[in-house]
Design a binder for this molecule. Structure first.
Ligand SMILES: *[C@@H]1O[C@H](CO)[C@@H](O)[C@H](O)[C@H]1NC(C)=O
Ligand SMILES: *[C@@H]1O[C@H](CO)[C@@H](O)[C@H](O)[C@H]1NC(C)=O
Ligand SMILES: *[C@@H]1O[C@H](CO)[C@@H](O)[C@H](O)[C@H]1NC(C)=O
Length: 737
């Protein structure tokens, strides 16, 4: 080798040493990241911000995304599909790029994208949660290492974020976990990590624990049954089901799971015997024999020092209690705890090459964490780029470790993968477009990662009708239809609605309403005879079907040739838009009286405002476009009629409008089991709106799976459905349905 070449080599290596470390950030936090680079630190190590601008979607025939999305088709790097938090199948043959912002993907998926960037050496590091580490372990050809941990100021030296422990009275005659059977147990609350998920995950491995795979029950009910069979009495507060009726039914049926609570009848928060310390109070003062909680709260409860927190006064006697270890031995609570699982710290994940030059990087991160915390409130980048928080900002160096080993050390992998025993139940949602399929799969992965079971699966069919048939044939469990089709589809395919969309900040269904001027005098339906009416378009529930059903039902018109009868009743003239279209008037009848009052734009609110009509039949969703000081509602649903303000549309209306509803067949999974996943997802996203908006636009498409306007999901009541069926029958006798 000549000297010249050697020099070049040295120069190259030198340049390599100075290479900046690239931290991966979601695009929307790129600015915050650049602000972070401006911060002066002692460490001269250079950081760079790598924003992840694209996601790749699988695109082969059936899976292909809409043409609109292919604009950015520049050939994506190879990607794989993530399903149920795992990598599914082989690398797909063909891939497309989608602008990330357009895709409206959640933070969760942004994290996943960054993991790929690091794996492929486009970036060097990314902050991660244990759940992200789990996803990371499933990426092929990865060589990730976790090289720094984010810990709390309270416990800067603790091995784990928290440890799940079993606490018992010291003399409890138990020397293995099987003997927990028949005891009285205290828990933090339903669905929580140390008080619920971890005990279930660990106990279900033991033969004495009841099986949780009975297909006659939903996964959640199987869990409740198992606990209530295994323990004599317990306190497990919280909403057991997102559906209030199911919740109440279960609370009545499995009431011994509430027996040890402060308020067994409520069995919900706040309860003195729930939560981390409440479980210990339940053990010490309410007859509990075993409590599931975490170490830091045990030490605080008994006044023992923990981490940097000194000993404190406590009226509780630590000498009466012990930890029960996984091997059945006991350890006094004054001593180091034995646990059965732990939640590891969050931290920084890099590819294996970073371990070669770790010290400057680690110093840099630590100095940034200190600098960020010194500014109060901490700058944007503290949270959004580094992933630190008010509570968790002590950065600690650890021996670089592979994420799989890291999770295993805490027994946390099995907690994430928690199942119910084979066969694992699945709920299959039928969708009719490629983009809906993509969204459904995103929802499925997201729900699985958040411990929502049964697992969601997605089935694609060509049309709504095909989906309904598919549900009837048990090819899927749920299919959606709009408005009155719910009654028609139910009849034709022997299905019934399980849940539906709700709207507005109050999360209510919409109603067909009759709006009148405040200055008018009618209060009863008869008063409307001979007057002028304005309607939502032909075929709509609010404009045609609800008023028609009402008039027929009240005997105000006869059920023959009924569209024309509207013109007879409102003999002053009406505006029923589209009534004269060929498909709505195939015989070419004279319907001019039903168009007589139409304003230039054909809209019912204009018709009312411009005084072409005395009453408008519209949806409660339209009320926001009317001046409340001038108009009010006519309560046709009340026997005595009357008027009310817009705000009371739910009690003063003609009828509830069937929302977009999801139908299921009779004999497959129970409705409770089928509805649990979508309702739980809706409930979770209600609280955590920044994660993933299932109702918003998806990949620039509107109304994918859910209507953009929806704000929640609710269980469909039989009473409401029976009313829709009655309306359907009356209306279809008129030849419209
Ligand atoms: C709840 O527990 C606290 C602490 O043990 C106690 O002071 C309080 O009286 C309890 N409240 C009720 C309603 O029992
Ligand atoms: C993991 O499980 C084993 C055996 O059940 C137990 O001994 C160990 O303490 C557990 N690890 C943690 C961190 O809790
Ligand atoms: C419906 O299909 C599922 C999944 O293939 C199957 O497990 C279930 O037994 C079927 N149900 C009925 C009633 O046939």
């Amino acid at each position: 080798m000549t000297l010249k070449y050697l020099l070049v080599l040295v120069a190259l290596t030198g340049a390599h040493c100075k290479t900046a470390y690239k931290i991966c950030v979601p695009v929307q936090h790129l600015k915050a990241c650049q602000a972070m680079l401006e911060v002066e630190t002692k460490s001269k190590a250079a950081l760079e911000c790598l924003a992840e601008p694209v996601v790749c979607a699988r695109g082969a025939s059936r899976w292909m995304l809409t043409r609109r999305l292919l604009a950015a088709d520049k050939g994506c790097r190879a990607r794989v599909e993530i399903k149920d938090g795992r990598i599914a199948g082989q690398r797909p043959a063909k891939l497309y790029e989608i602008p990330l912002q357009a895709a409206g993907v959640s933070q969760y998926f942004l994290r996943v994208e960054c993991l790929y960037q690091v794996q492929q050496r486009q970036a060097d590091l990314v902050p991660v949660d244990p759940e992200d580490m789990y996803v990371a372990t499933n990426i092929p050809n990865q060589d990730f290492v976790l090289f720094q941990e984010y810990r709390t100021e309270d416990e800067p030296d603790a091995e784990f974020r928290y440890q799940a422990v079993i606490v018992v009275h010291k003399d409890l005659p138990v020397n293995n976990l099987d003997q927990l059977k028949g005891l009285k147990s205290c828990h933090t609350g339903v669905n929580r990590n140390v008080g619920y998920k971890i005990p279930l995950t660990m106990l279900m491995k033991r033969n004495v624990f009841p099986k949780m795979n009975d297909p006659h029950y939903s996964p959640k009910e199987n869990e409740l049954r198992a606990f209530s069979t295994f323990f004599k009495q317990s306190c497990i507060v919280g909403n057991w089901s997102p559906d209030q009726r199911t919740n109440s039914a279960w609370k009545a049926q499995y009431s011994q799971l509430c027996a040890l609570c402060e308020h067994p009848d409520k069995c919900n928060y706040p309860d003195n015997f729930s939560g981390y310390d409440g479980a210990l109070r339940c053990l010490a003062h309410n007859g509990g024999e075993v409590a599931f909680t975490k170490v830091i709260y045990v030490r605080k409860f008994f006044g023992l020092p923990v981490g940097t927190i000194p000993a404190s006064q406590s009226s509780e006697n630590p000498d009466e209690f012990a930890y029960l270890c996984a091997d059945g031995s006991k350890v006094p609570v004054r001593e180091k705890a034995c646990s059965w699982a732990a939640r590891p710290w969050q931290g920084l994940l890099g590819h294996n090459d970073v371990t070669a030059k770790l010290t400057p990087l680690r110093e840099k991160i630590k100095q940034l964490a200190v600098a960020g915390w010194a500014t109060q409130p901490p700058p944007d980048w503290f949270t959004n780029v580094l992933g630190l928080t008010d509570k968790i900002h002590h950065v600690a160096d650890n021996v670089p470790i592979a994420p799989a080993t890291y999770l295993k050390k805490a027994n946390y992998t099995e907690v994430i993968e928690r199942g119910h025993g084979v066969p694992e139940p699945i709920v299959r949602l039928c969708v009719t477009s490629n983009v809906a399929l993509a969204k459904c799969q995103t929802m499925a992965t997201f729900a699985y990662s958040r411990d929502i079971r049964p697992k969601l699966d997605c089935v694609q069919e060509a049309s709504e009708t095909d989906c309904l048939k598919n549900v009837q044939d048990n090819g899927s469990d749920l299919a959606a239809v709009d408005e009155m089709k719910v009654a028609q589809a139910a009849k034709k395919y022997h299905l019934h609605p399980v849940f539906h969309e709700v709207y507005g900040p109050e999360k209510k269904p919409r109603y067909a309403v009759a709006v009148v001027k405040k200055s008018s005098t009618f209060t009863k339906p008869e008063d409307l005879r001979g007057k002028r009416s304005c309607h939502d378009a032909f075929g709509s529930f609010s404009g045609l079907k609800a008023p028609l059903f009402y008039l027929i039902n009240k005997g105000l018109i006869t059920p023959d040739d009924c569209v024309k009868k509207i013109g007879t009743f409102f003999s002053g003239g009406a505006c029923l838009p589209e009534v004269d279209k060929l498909e709505n008037n195939p015989k070419g009848d004279d319907v001019s009286i039903l168009k007589k009052q139409c304003p230039a734009d054909n809209k019912p609110l204009t018709c009312l405002k411009e005084d072409h009509g005395d009453v408008a039949f519209v949806s409660s969703a339209d009320l926001q476009n009317l001046d409340e000081s001038q108009y009010e509602l006519l309560c046709l649903n009340r026997d005595r009629g009357g008027r009310d303000s817009f705000a009371n549309f739910a009690t003063c209306n003609i009828a509830m409008i069937p929302s977009r509803s999801w139908l299921a067949a009779k004999d497959s999974l129970s409705d409770v089991s089928i509805a649990h996943t979508p309702l739980s997802l809706a409930e979770l996203l209600d609280k955590k709106t920044d994660l993933f908006n299932i109702y918003g636009e998806y990949l620039k498409n509107n109304n994918v799976i859910f209507n953009n306007a929806a704000t929640g999901l609710a269980t469909t009541e039989k009473l409401d459905f029976d009313k829709f069926k009655a309306i359907h029958d009356v209306i279809s006798n008129c030849g419209i349905a």
